[in-house]
Design a protein around this ligand. Structure first.
Ligand code: BGC
Length: 761
């Protein structure tokens, strides 16, 4: 969906992102994106390598340095560093991941370059999911900005810091579409929508990789977890995924493809099985789709012990079988299990794995090391001085603050309670997240710390004129009451004019292995909210969350609610910017907030059913749960501003288009409020009758615009038949004539302005 025809790749992008993309230096990269260049010396190296050395190049291990951040993140793993250095000398590993910086990398690289037989440089990997030392909002939060260009910029800073610290390869972006909020890892990804997720996938790849792989300010991106890890049954991490090929292609595969199209040359296999075959052993997925259909030229690494886990899946007999199945499926490199170095040489000798396949995988890995400039200068990203001098620069923190405030979503603002005045009012800041160096950076942070982040109280103090007008009360722990805590909180509320209630989830409640069966605000905090609400002062809920939550009682009923996720290093400043109006909220929900937790999985682009409930009425024998409509509490795309936005004047350039035509739809968006506002104008369609039933709505584009008070703008979108495409009966893309509804709206459930058109044969 685009206004101007620019290129095939650009047509992947939502209209709002196009201008930024055109201006981006990453554009150059896209022209040669995704091509693996294999220098001639790689084949002469391969010709001299033993089978053991080849298997070593396909074996990546968690770093054993210093007791191991890696070990803490992913137990059990080796903590014997001298032994690991010895493995580097013997050519038994291709590199390590999540080690602690340049010093470790230097010791290991020295061993590989000076003492190993082949002198092949090691590659150092890490999970830099949302920042290295400067921590940015969790990825899901940043997606709420609806500004892929912002994600490109934060990824660029992450790469700048981390690649100064010896890291060549980043296990990011995580692009798994997540439609069940119980799943803990939705926090690392791009939300529920494939278009939005695809744009952020591409932007992050561009930011990490830059235009030149050899630059010591960028590193290799790894698109993960391939594939459909986010579709785990019941949202339980690592659980079974059973999907139709159509839904897989139409929804889940899109963001991975966008990441590869943007140039990512590595992929990580996912832990889950996919309709009966674990992804790690899935030849159709790893070879036929990824390489055959998509032309992926990079290399695939297993996720942690994903190859070995095929034994427990009931797919592989033993370690040898697991290594063989994973390798033959198309997983080039094994992470952490050690199964490849243990079994591949023998599997080749016995003829079960063709030598040529082994050489192909080794060639991919060595070519990538060459593209990263490691053969020319194995130490190019290893520099202790640079590691320190690049850490948390003021400009990096400024981007973190900008990204933080753009990630905040205002769900509700009754009576224009927000923004708060900077003086003249007493504020009670209440809740477990009111102050203190905890739960700031969010899940999946290896190198940043809460101690270096700004907490909410500090941010608020910085924004108000009279520092004595702030009263702080913890009220409750995250999931335990504090004796007397509620009484203190109530007393604080009584003394204040306004309450800011900072409640929600701790950072341990989302992320890997942190699925929740019930996605509500934990009980002690809900009780705190009920008690504070009874005091009768206006309450602003500042929600900390790693997923969409089911809000209840006093939390749902508070006059103002801000979704603030985990915002990283500049948390307190970013929230204060929005609370006190230095910045008007501009974020939009990347995941729908349900009415009740039991609605999960809940997503806006669901199918119609034969008995749709006529929302907002509740009718018997219609598709809904008892007592609630089948809508969300706050839908995908929702978010308010400090302006007053009105949609009017829908136009459509023609009542019908042919198969080679295009159609322009427009709406007038006006700001009738007193304050400037940034609006995310969204374009949705619905195909009324098709050979495969179609979702009730699908987003086809969006534009983020800024409107001064009294200003209005005509926003234009162009739709082409390709935007109306879906996977037909034969699981191939088809475009079918018919009638389409089209909306230009402020969310996936809002009416906005709308019309219809016909696509004719
Ligand atoms: C996670 C991956 C991560 C890897 C290495 C796994 O447990 O699923 O996302 O990249 O560990 O830390």
């Amino acid at each position: 969906m685009l206004d101007t025809r620019i290129s095939r790749r650009a047509t992947l992008m939502g209209a709002g992102a196009v201008a930024a993309w055109l201006a981006s230096p990453a554009r150059a990269l896209l022209q040669t994106a995704g091509r693996l260049e294999v220098p001639a010396f790689v084949d002469s190296l391969i010709a001299r390598m033993t089978l053991e050395e080849k298997a070593g190049q396909l074996s990546l291990m968690a770093s054993a340095w210093g007791g191991g951040i890696a070990a803490a993140l992913n137990p059990p793993s080796n903590s014997n560093f001298p032994q690991q250095v010895d493995e580097a000398r013997k050519g038994q590993l291709t590199g390590v991941f999540n080690g602690n910086g340049a010093r470790m990398a230097r010791i290991m690289q020295n061993a590989a370059m000076k003492e190993s037989r082949m002198k092949i440089p090691l590659i150092f990997a890490a999970d830099i999911i949302h920042g290295h030392r400067t921590i940015f909002p969790v990825p899901l939060a940043e997606v709420a900005s609806f500004e892929p260009e912002l994600a490109r910029r934060t990824a660029e800073v992450a790469a700048f810091e981390a690649s100064g610290a010896g890291i060549d390869w980043n296990f990011s972006p995580m692009v798994d579409v997540a439609r069940d909020q119980r799943w803990g890892r939705g926090v690392e990804g791009g939300g529920e929508d494939p278009l939005l997720g695809s744009l952020f996938a591409a932007a992050r790849v561009q930011g990490f990789q830059g235009a030149n792989f050899k630059s010591n300010e960028h590193f290799l991106a790894c698109v993960k977890h391939f594939a459909a890890y986010g579709a785990a049954e019941s949202g339980m991490d690592y659980n079974t995924v059973d999907l139709s090929e159509r839904t897989l292609r139409e929804v889940y595969l899109k963001p991975y493809k966008a990441g590869f199209d943007a140039g990512a040359l590595s992929a990580m296999a996912s832990f889950n099985e996919l309709s009966g075959i674990p992804a790690t052993g899935n030849h159709w997925l790893m070879t036929e789709v990824l390489r055959g259909e998509w032309g992926f030229q990079g290399f695939v690494v297993s996720d942690y012990t994903g190859d070995e886990e095929m034994i427990k899946h009931g797919y592989a007999k033993d370690g040898r079988d697991a290594a063989k199945l994973a390798f033959l499926a198309g997983v080039d490199m094994s992470m952490q299990s050690g199964l490849y170095r243990q079994h591949l040489p023998d599997l080749v000798r016995s003829g079960e794995v063709p030598q040529q396949l082994l050489d192909t995988s080794v060639r991919r890995v060595l070519a990538m090391k060459a593209m990263l400039g490691l053969f020319e200068d194995p130490f190019r990203r290893i520099d202790e001085k640079r590691e320190a001098s690049r850490s948390m620069l003021p400009r990096s923190r400024a981007i973190a603050r900008e990204s933080g405030r753009k990630s905040i979503v205002m769900l509700k603002n009754d009576g224009d309670l927000l923004p708060l005045p900077r003086s003249g009012k007493k504020i009670a800041l209440i809740g477990p997240f009111a102050s203190g160096q905890h739960d700031l950076v969010g899940p999946w942070v290896v190198y940043g710390t809460d101690e270096k982040a700004v907490d909410l109280a500090t941010g608020v103090r910085g924004a108000i004129a009279d520092k004595n007008s702030l009263i702080i009360a913890e009220g409750s722990k995250v999931d335990q009451p504090i004796p007397g805590g509620i009484d203190q909180a109530v007393a604080a509320a009584q003394q204040a004019d306004i309450v800011v209630l900072a409640i929600g989830e701790s950072q341990g409640m989302s992320g890997e292995a942190q699925s929740r069966a019930d996605i509500v605000v934990p009980k002690p905090q809900q009780e705190l909210a009920e008690a504070v609400a009874k005091v009768g002062k206006p309450v602003v809920v500042v929600l900390k969350n790693g997923r969409a939550l089911a809000l209840e009682g006093a939390v749902a009923n508070a006059p103002a609610i801000l979704v603030t996720w985990f915002l990283g290093t500049e948390t307190g400043n970013s929230i204060a910017d929005v609370l006190f109006g230095a910045y008007g909220p501009s974020g939009r929900l990347p995941s729908s907030f349900p009415r009740l937790a039991g609605q999960q999985p809940y997503y806006y682009a669901h199918k119609p059913t034969g008995r749709p409930n006529p929302d907002p009425k509740l009718e018997d024998y219609k598709a809904r749960f008892r007592g609630i409509t089948n809508t969300s509490l706050y839908p995908f795309g929702h978010g308010l501003t400090y302006g007053k936005i009105e949609y009017s004047g829908f136009t459509i350039s023609s009542p019908s288009i042919g198969m080679n035509g295009e159609i322009e739809v427009t709406a007038t968006i006006a700001n009738r409020g007193q304050r400037a506002a940034e609006e995310v104008v969204q374009l949705y369609i619905h195909d009324r009758v098709a050979s495969i039933t179609r979702p009730v709505r699908e987003m086809k584009g969006f534009k983020k615009i800024k409107l001064e008070p009294g200003q209005s703008e005509v926003v234009r979108f162009t739709l082409r038949p390709a935007d109306l495409q879906f996977y037909g009966v034969a699981n191939k893309p088809v475009v079918e004539p018919g009638t389409f509804d089209v909306w230009i709206a402020p969310s996936a459930e809002a009416e906005g302005v709308h019309g219809t058109f016909d696509l004719t044969a």
